[in-house]
Design a protein around this ligand. Structure first.
Ligand code: DGL
Length: 260
């Protein structure tokens, strides 16, 4: 099974991107809804919650875990990989950064919409420089807890959603590229596109594209993945609420179980 971890619903969209490309595998999703949002928490707490979530997924049979949460990845992926190198945990943030390293984005004005914790971690600029980003793009950062809240509350009022989305997009100055630096935001993409017509980078989509190659380079993991196209959903809070809102986001009926 391929495990996915997020604080809430955002990771469902990430997992959907993977399932569309690799429908043959079995999947497992864990949302730490009880502790959502992660974005306003301190780094040590985020790291601990993420370590717990990853462990639960491995304990339930995952053979690899995708951190479908930029905030979790910013504070936990490197230390987790160092501590348990044999249990593979992948971040979606890295493929997102790799996309801006390509020539077409290298000299641009790049807006990053993310949680407070992700922005304070400097993960996007650190990775950009670490991977050899030479030019100094004009990076602009906007923290967007209200957008996370919109998704988590299952808001359906279009006017309300668009008002809040527009409010955030208007805070950027003349950007030509927008990174959706939180996995909750691709769920709002149709609304975002109404107010931003430049390039949009969705790290989850980039991660899904790269995953096939990753598996070919790691046959020891690929060979352990079971097939069947089944998905199991876990949450740390109300399975009823998770199933109701999650079904809308996943665009199919899902039934979540409570994980202790
Ligand atoms: N989905 C998460 C991310 O990608 C964060 C949402 C939260 O604040 O918990 O950063």
């Amino acid at each position: 099974m391929i495990g996915f971890f997020d604080s809430g619903f955002g990771g469902l969209q990430t997992m959907k991107d993977f399932q569309e490309r690799y429908p043959q595998y079995n999947y497992m999703f864990l949302a730490d809804s009880k502790n959502c949002p992660f974005g306003a928490k301190d780094g040590e707490t985020i790291k601990q919650l993420t370590f717990d979530g990853i462990q639960r997924l491995f304990d339930h049979g995952a053979k690899i875990v995708i951190l479908a949460c930029n905030t979790a990845a910013a504070y936990a992926v490197r230390s987790r990989q160092t501590q348990y190198p044999e249990k593979k945990v992948l971040s979606i943030t890295i493929p997102g950064v790799e996309k801006i390293l390509t020539e077409e984005h290298n000299e641009r004005k790049i807006g990053i919409l993310a949680t407070q914790a992700t922005i304070l971690s400097n993960i996007y600029t650190d990775l950009f420089h670490k991977f050899g980003g030479k030019n100094n793009p004009d990076f602009q950062f906007i923290m967007a807890p209200k957008l996370v809240e919109l998704v988590e509350s299952g808001e359906t009022n279009e006017e309300e959603i668009e008002f809040i989305v527009q409010e955030h997009i208007n805070k950027f100055h003349n950007i030509d590229t927008l990174i959706l630096g939180c996995t909750h935001f691709p769920i709002l993409i149709e609304h975002i596109k109404k107010f931003f017509t430049g390039d949009i980078i969705d790290p989850s989509k980039e991660a899904a594209i790269q995953f096939g190659n990753y598996l070919e380079r790691h046959l020891e993991i690929k060979d352990q993945l079971t097939s069947g196209g089944q998905t199991t959903y876990y949450t740390t809070w109300s399975p009823e609420i998770f199933s109701t809102i999650g079904s809308r986001i996943a665009e199919k009926q899902i039934t979540a179980q409570l994980i202790e």
